[in-house]
Design a protein around this ligand. Structure first.
Ligand code: SAM
Length: 245
């Protein structure tokens, strides 16, 4: 997969050299390039923002550098899915991460200040798919952290990036058995720690019973912490035991 990130703070993306993502990049599974938006600002101060039309506080990112940046990163005759993080976008979910992981090329546009002049997304949409995406109902100082989150969520779904592909299917929200569910508690050795034993069932070796226990715990935790997710569960996928839990 190819990922391009356009930002005024390229240094923000140094962590993408670490851990799983760094390994994926070095192994050729992920080709990631970070571009400095100011390379497409031509005045002496390499200005990328200006005052908002209609008045009000703060500054807005100018369309010209963004237009030139997107022309250069996605030249005519090529395409990519453009993702613009913004609190006013559609929610970023595991389903969307999986959709992005199936794309050959993603471009992320990091906003700052009060955001990017709205004509940039409009104009780009004439030549490529554009998604305005929110990480949640809160406001960050800039799009860089949001892009780090999205790139990590997408990249760990790429074939070969995780050592054990099964860990993706057991995760919270994973399509299949975990759809709309939060993962329950997890444990490792020792079996007794500070008078707290690991639940007996996990030491039983009975894989069917363990799978049932894990599903029960996922249902209980989801009901307790995110009851609204349970409402989204497809009733067809619930068995009689699920209903008792
Ligand atoms: N004026 C904007 C509003 O109220 O919707 C907030 C702009 S915010 C200070 C600056 C940038 O941070 C945004 O352009 C976006 O790139 C990023 N950002 C802030 N909160 C975000 C969120 N919840 N999800 C995704 N991106 C966010």
């Amino acid at each position: 997969m190819n990922i391009d990130i356009v930002t005024i703070f390229p240094e923000y993306f140094a962590p993408l050299d670490l851990s799983l993502l760094g390994k994926a990049r070095r192994g050729g599974l992920l080709d990631l390039a970070v571009h400095d938006l100011r390379s497409w600002a031509h005045d002496r101060h390499r200005t990328v923002d200006d005052t908002p039309y209609g008045g009000g506080p703060g500054m807005v990112m100018k369309p010209e550098p963004w237009g030139e940046a997107l022309d250069a990163v996605v030249p005519s005759g090529t395409t990519a899915r453009l993702i613009i993080p913004t609190p006013s976008g559609r929610p970023f979910t595991q389903t969307l991460a999986a959709e992005y992981a199936a794309e050959p090329r993603l471009v992320f546009a990091c906003g700052r200040y009060e955001g990017i002049d709205s004509r940039v997304a409009e104009e780009a949409a004439a030549r490529m798919p554009v998604d305005e995406v929110s990480l949640g109902d809160f406001v960050l100082a800039g799009g860089e952290v949001a892009v780090l989150v999205m790139v990590e969520a997408v990249a760990r779904l790429l074939p070969g990036v995780l050592g054990n592909a099964d860990s993706v299917s057991d995760d919270s929200f994973a399509p299949g058995a975990m759809e709309s569910l939060l993962e329950g508690p997890v444990y490792t050795k020792p079996p007794l720690w500070r008078d707290r034993p690991v639940p007996e069932i996990l030491l039983s070796g009975n894989h069917g019973a363990i799978a049932r226990w894990r599903r029960d715990e996922a249902l209980r935790r989801t009901a307790r912490v995110r009851p609204e997710l349970l409402a989204r569960l497809d009733p067809e996928r619930l068995d009689a035991h699920d209903r008792e839990v």
